[in-house]
Design a protein around this ligand. Sequence first.
Ligand SMILES: Cc1ncc(C[n+]2csc(CCOP(=O)(O)OP(=O)(O)O)c2C)c(N)n1
Ligand code: SF4
Length: 260
Amino acid sequence: MKQVTARPKVLLDVPMHYCPGCTHGVAHRLVAEAIDELGIRGRTIGVASVGCSVFMYNYFDLDFQQAAHGRAPAVATGIKRVLPDRIVFTYQGDGDLAAIGTAEIVHAANRGENITVIFINNAVYGMTGGQMAPTTLLGMRTTTTPFGRDARQAGYPIRVVELLNTLRGPAYLARVALAGPGNIHRAKKAIRRAFQTQVEGKGFSLVEVLSTCPVTWGLPPVEAVRWLEEHMLPEFPLGEFRTPEPREAVLMPLGGGKEG
Ligand SMILES: Cc1ncc(C[n+]2csc(CCOP(=O)(O)OP(=O)(O)O)c2C)c(N)n1
Ligand code: SF4
């Protein structure tokens, strides 16, 4: 019989701790498939962040470093600069990346660090019980916005990819969604391309992955996917926002600026 699918080699055969229907597991698999397919298993180092994926190092047959709240891009920067032949990636939720670690992600992207960031946007802080995240939708109820997020008090949802796309540093920026086979297939391609960008030495890559948190959203897993499609997609458009181009010359002309 022809085998059409198998567990990625880099993903260990151990039970994960995620809630039933949580798409962290799907995202892990896509990362693992990309690493396997690119043949970089022996030289990849992951940086785990805080949040529900804090224990992801238990699931990958890779070297991992755990970073303190929001600091994963800074830790990844250090590892990559010391070991430039390694492929270094972070895996961060929206609380970790877009709230606690806003400075780290902006500056790592702006410097064009040759690292890959997998950014899981499930619109809430999952691990700590469902508080508002920077990506929480307007009107969305969370434990800290029980009447729905109100822009006058809590500001607007932050579109991380669009924000980083204002910088010149990043080489690859994409947003994908774990909703339905077509979107999951596109998510896989984007994650693979993000790693490929680093393999080719082209600089900073980030994929925002729209994900579900059925438990804190209070929805069964299938309805959570529908909710993502109905509510998150209009706020967070999908696509590749930046693809690798030859790096622009940054040297100033001799004389320090304007000529003539
Ligand atoms: C009581 C408490 N407040 C704050 C923290 C810090 N903290 C650790 S994980 C986390 C939420 C992370 O959420 P996110 O990054 O969105 O990841 P998710 O859990 O949704 O995957 C926070 C705020 C903590 N551990 N405990
Ligand atoms: S709390 Fe949400 S993000 Fe965390 S494991 Fe459960 S479903 Fe997944």
